[in-house]
Design a protein around this ligand. Sequence first.
Ligand code: VG1
Ligand code: CO
Length: 542
Amino acid sequence: MTIRTVATQPIAGQKPGTSGLRKKTPVFMGHHYLENFVQSIFDVVGAQGKTFVLGGDGRYFNDRAAQVILRMAAANGAARVIVGQGAILSTPAASHLIRLNRTDGGIIMSASHNPGGPDEDFGVKFNMPNGGPAPEAVTEAMFKRTTEITEYKVVEAQDVDLSRVGRTSLAGMVVDVVDPVADYAALMEGLFDFGAIRAMFAGGFRMRMDSMCAVTGPYAVEILENRLGAARGTCVNAVPLPDFGGMHPDPNPTWAKALMDEMFGADAPDFGAASDGDGDRNMVVGRGIYVSPSDSLAVLAANAHLAPGYARGLKGVARSMPTSAAADRVAEALGIASYETPTGWKFFGNLLDAGRATICGEESFGTGSDHVREKDGLWAVLLWLNILAVRKQTVAEILAEHWAKFGRNYYSRHDFEAIATDKADAMMGALRAALPGLKGQVVEGMAIAGADDFAYTDPVDGSVSTKQGVRVMFADGSRFVLRLSGTGTEGATLRMYLERYAAGPGGLDLDPQQALAPVIRAAMGIARVAEFTGRTAPDVVT
Ligand code: VG1
Ligand code: CO
């Protein structure tokens, strides 16, 4: 077997964002693009004698990219790669395999909630031996490497047969093709009371699980239908397709509209859920009631002890800064620590590793725990099912009781997509410049108590991350946050996060958009959104 050393040149822009390097698929398929980035990963983390996990969400180019990465891993001296059958692994399943097999990390091929296909998005990210996304210092080193790269290594070989489970080899490197679902399903079975959930389904409980033609399909069918006895057909859009069937696999009320319509229609099932491209996100819906991700995190934290895997209680709860403070109130009531981190799951890794937090969540439909080091869509669905099975109440009843006890953090996110980058940057620049003068102003009848650009000092390793989002806090506890997305591949997406607290007992049943109306007006005005971008209304509301 020949190892070829191929001369190459740096390609501009290979800078990982919130979660890995994401680009349009044709860009990733371009000359040396994938090769340069993968070689930069290996140059930074070292491959000689190491074992890695490899898999992706099955989107277009997933299969061919996997073959390239395998050939490059072999050429760089890796001892072994554990790869999901068909090069498929959900992100949480990949995280689990990295930990279970005590490997040196893994490469995940995914652009997550971004659409897939020849003209859509592709992505690659590296996860550390703890199973979590590489922290900023590591991704920065990889990016730096892409700017200096002069060659990459690849073996000349035919494709590895990834269609069958079993051991094979490539130029002396062991390749273990594994069932993508089995180990993950076993992990779930150890955390949750499958008996109680099975009994609930046997008693007529009905569910709709929408995998949006993305990676969770096989996981959902195996766990929900085969192991838990949910009716056949509970899982829809359950076959992963290279273009996700043309869907936008982002589980929110806009893109999972079919599920929303069903859950709000006549004869709605008891419970609905959807997941994203790579299976780390979840949306949860009750019959006739939408659960905002921030509320979902709070409810899961308050009730996790009802599941066997969390019966001993939680060590702490962590949320990303733009996520509502609902989870903080639960943590306070439980007498446990709460943490506020920048956006992106990589910031939870240290807290989970250090045993400071057990459950983490983001407003962007991400919840997870210390069972892996990624957010985990099906995990959240199963924890909800476990809670429903124990409490024997509806989702609406559980939410009503939660708000009655803790008050309600009305919450919404408004996304303004595909804004010209220079306009978005100018708007954020002007807002940042205005921050020092905001305190004390009264806007929409609300006094501004403070305004800053969020900076985070990791309590475990002391690393500092700055400019993580502008926040404007009002005296009544309301706030808004503005930041630009770090996962998009076209122009800029402005994310506007809106929050208002109602202590109750009255006023807990408003439409969130109504309850938030003054905060929305304040945010649009203070940030001068229309003036800078020409936009007066968001593209997506969650
Ligand atoms: C978005 C979300 C963030 C999430 C990230 C990755 O990032 O806001 O909370 O961690 O996507 O999710 P951004 O920078 O676009 O706001 V996934 O499911 O795409 O890995
Ligand atoms: Co995802």
